[in-house]
Write a protein that binds this ligand. Structure first.
Ligand code: URA
Length: 430
């Protein structure tokens, strides 16, 4: 087959066959199709889309590009959660150990930052020594021992997603419903799950801006999962606001540890409990939020996170002493120009500013600065007084911070009329 002809075919809006899709995925994974051709193909898909059959073929080719777990010998319900991506979204760091401490097995394959959104792997990599490149045997051994593993795609595990994900990140080809659905469901089906809970984000900081499109994505992922015999529930949640108070890899690890200590911000906890309750339901546990709260209160969830860090080679001193985590030396405050109510936050641009500060990638091979980020003091609907701090920039790079401070002015719209607070959990779809 000729990749140029297949790119052309999709560019012209024609349907690709099963064999053609298989060829493209295999060819790219094995290095026969170069980045520039696959990037052109992704852009053609971005504009022309896939029908359901093509999406399923694409997802299955990605799933079978690597090994698929067999976790039948683990005698616990295997349930995972995945988010479509957002700004300040550190839910997985809190939720995975929390649910694992309830006796559920959580085999979580995550991704790095994508576009303007942060990635669980980049956050975990901020922990000194933490390994995210687990082999299949180690992953499984760890699941058996402690009921949780959090790792990235590897040449063995979801290898096609590993390469395609990194390419989409830097070619503006993320916001495509079939590409997102195939990426997420292929990784998750490789985990041999009994159930999956999806957090589908909607709003300026999400890949789906409108409720209708987010629901379409949720339904597609549920259908793909169900067809493969996995029960899937999707929670549709707001991403017009950043989630929690911090944005930036290491800062979000600290916020997640605080949450596991019972001191998490309200929005982060609300979403964690909502998703956690759905995960427990899929596992046949009916006690829900009360059970989850008990696990935080008793310290079991925090202990599970500590175990996870220890098993994956990370420095467990970070649990009690945050100075062992990277953190920018300078703190520069951005203050409100006038008093009023926060009407809008351009959450997409806020995510892009983190990249500009060094916390995300512009090129595939870019190293990121794990210690930089923002502390955000106000959300949509909050009142702010003139001169009050809206955002604290945390960084080692003062000059960059001063440029970003100026750009933050475009992020917040302030109105003198009261504005409604955003509802965080918008719907649950099954
Ligand atoms: N998360 C993924 O794993 N893939 C996407 O495409 C988007 C979010």
């Amino acid at each position: 087959m000729n990749p140029v002809l297949l790119i052309r075919k999709k560019r012209n809006g024609e349907k690709l066959t099963h064999a053609e899709i298989d060829y493209l995925i295999r060819g790219y994974k094995d290095g026969e199709i170069p980045d520039y051709q696959f990037a052109a193909f992704l852009m053609a898909v971005y504009f022309q889309g896939f029908d359901f059959e093509e999406t399923k073929d694409f997802m299955e080719a990605m799933l079978h590009s690597g090994k698929v777990f067999n976790l039948k010998d683990i005698n616990k319900p295997k349930i995972d959660k995945h988010s479509t991506g957002g700004v300040g979204d550190k839910v997985s760091l809190v939720l995975a150990p929390l649910v694992a401490s309830c006796g559920i097995c959580v085999p979580m394959i995550s991704g790095r930052g994508l576009g303007h959104t942060g990635g669980t792997l980049d956050k975990l990599s901020a922990i000194p020594g933490f390994r995210t490149d687990l082999g299949i045997r180690q992953f499984k051994r760890q699941l058996k021992k402690i009921g949780i593993a959090m790792a990235g795609q590897t040449p063995e595990l979801a290898p096609a997603d590993r390469k395609i994900y990194a390419l989409r990140d830097v070619t503006a080809t993320v916001e495509s419903i079939p590409l997102i659905a195939a990426s997420i469901i292929s990784k998750k089906l490789a985990e041999d799950l009994d159930g999956l809970v999806l957090d589908v984000k909607i709003g300026s900081g999400a890949f789906m801006q409108e409720f209708k499109r987010a629901k379409k994505l949720a339904r597609l992922m549920i259908y793909l999962g169900n067809q493969a015999g996995t029960r899937v529930i999707a929670v549709l949640s707001d991403m017009d606001n950043p989630l929690g108070d911090y944005i930036g890899n290491s800062l979000e690890v600290i916020e997640a540890i605080e949450a596991l200590k019972g001191r998490g911000p309200d929005d982060l906890m609300e979403l964690t409990y909502t998703l956690g309750t759905q995960m427990l339901k899929l596992a046949g546990i009916k006690k829900g939020k009360r059970f989850l709260k008990e696990k935080i209160k008793s310290g079991s969830a925090l202990k599970k996170f500590q175990e996870l860090i220890q098993y994956q080679g990370g420095d467990i001193r970070i649990i009690d002493d945050y100075t062992h985590l990277p953190r920018g030396r300078y703190q520069i405050k951005f203050r409100a120009d006038n008093s009023g109510y926060i009407k809008k936050i351009d959450n997409f641009q806020l995510g892009m500013l983190l990249t500009k500060l060094g916390g995300g990638r512009i090129h595939k091979e870019d190293a990121i600065d794990p210690g930089c980020g923002f502390q955000v003091f106000k959300k949509i609907g909050d009142f702010v007084k003139k001169g009050e701090c809206l955002v604290k920039i945390i960084t080692d790079e003062k000059t960059k911070a001063l440029i970003i401070k100026k750009e933050l002015r475009q992020i917040f719209s302030i109105s003198n009329r009261p504005c409604r607070h955003k509802r965080l959990v918008r719907a649950v779809v099954r």
